[in-house]
Design a protein around this ligand. Structure first.
Ligand SMILES: Nc1ncnc2c1ncn2[C@@H]1O[C@H](COP(=O)(O)OP(=O)(O)OP(=O)(O)O)[C@@H](O)[C@H]1O
Ligand SMILES: [Mg+2]
Length: 251
């Protein structure tokens, strides 16, 4: 089967420091794939290269079987590769609904629907509302993002990603900064996204990783230590030693 997203021997250097070292991954279509590893392991750097915000030093990136190594970030979005960030990227002074509405309009513009008409605007608004309904934020549609609780902001980011209609969604710590009690609700919504959508997520909370991932890649010092099912990873003594054992569940 052609991987939805794959890398071969991907390396990323910052000067003399190699943050990602010869990483080869193959993520199947529809996967719920977690990327874990201690702080500084290179997870965000790898994701930055996958989505095109950072140029790899060596290696290749394949998107649905096509070489995407040299595509710009915008070109990758156009091909369905969308991300959310470890730090949020919302328009704080706009309403919840306007944030999603702008994301829908942006997708329309990108896919060649430049014309604005009352009807197209209404369709985009309906779609934005549907995205908000999915993440249970419709009751807060008119609230300014600046006044929104942090957990709701993170849910809004998922709605924004949905508005881009991705085929592969990469999430960098989608529940970062959210109290543990609320992070599960965020992952529950991520998990409820369509099965056809390929999900790759970075997460530190092992409870969430083991609950929501089908496959896990463990990155340590820029290299893949191992990859497997949650059961494989839980039973792997190297993982326990390097990652789980040292600082408990929250590396
Ligand atoms: N632009 C940069 N220039 C130099 N070094 C960098 C740069 N970005 C990241 N690094 C270094 O690369 C390594 C990997 O960083 P990265 O942010 O990818 O880790 P991470 O696995 O996402 O960690 P965390 O779990 O803390 O988010 C770190 O040592 C970091 O200091
Ligand atoms: Mg990171």
């Amino acid at each position: 089967m052609t991987a939805a997203l794959a890398t071969s021997d991907l390396s990323i250097r910052f000067g003399a420091f190699e943050a990602v070292r010869q990483v080869s991954l193959a993520i199947r279509p529809g996967a719920r794939h977690a990327l874990i590893g201690p702080n500084g392991a290179g997870k965000t750097t790898l994701v930055n290269a996958l989505t095109g915000s950072l140029k790899p030093t060596a290696g290749r990136i394949m998107l649905a079987g096509e070489d995407a190594t040299h595509l710009s970030e915008a070109q990758r979005v156009h091909k369905g590769l969308v991300r959310t960030f470890q730090i949020n990227q919302l328009f704080a002074n706009l309403s919840v609904l306007d944030n999603v509405w702008l994301a829908v309009l942006e997708r329309n513009r990108r896919t060649g629907i430049f014309w604005r008409s009352a009807r197209a605007d209404r369709a985009a608004l309906d779609e934005a509302r549907a995205c908000l309904e999915f993440v249970h934020l419709l009751p807060l549609a008119d609230q300014l993002v600046a006044t929104l609780p942090y957990g709701s902001r993170r849910l809004l980011e998922i709605a924004l990603a949905m508005a881009a209609r991705p085929s592969v969604l990469v999430l960098d710590e989608p529940a970062a900064g959210v109290p543990a009690a609320d992070s599960e609700a965020i992952f529950e919504r991520i998990h409820a996204l369509p099965d056809s959508l390929t999900l790759v997520f970075i997460e530190h909370d092992m409870r969430l990783v083991f609950r929501f991932a089908e496959r896990i890649t463990v990155l340590v010092a820029g290299q893949v230590l191992t990859e497997g099912t949650p059961a494989d990873i839980a039973a792997n003594p190297q993982v326990r030693e390097v990652y789980l054992g040292r600082r408990g569940a929250h590396a």
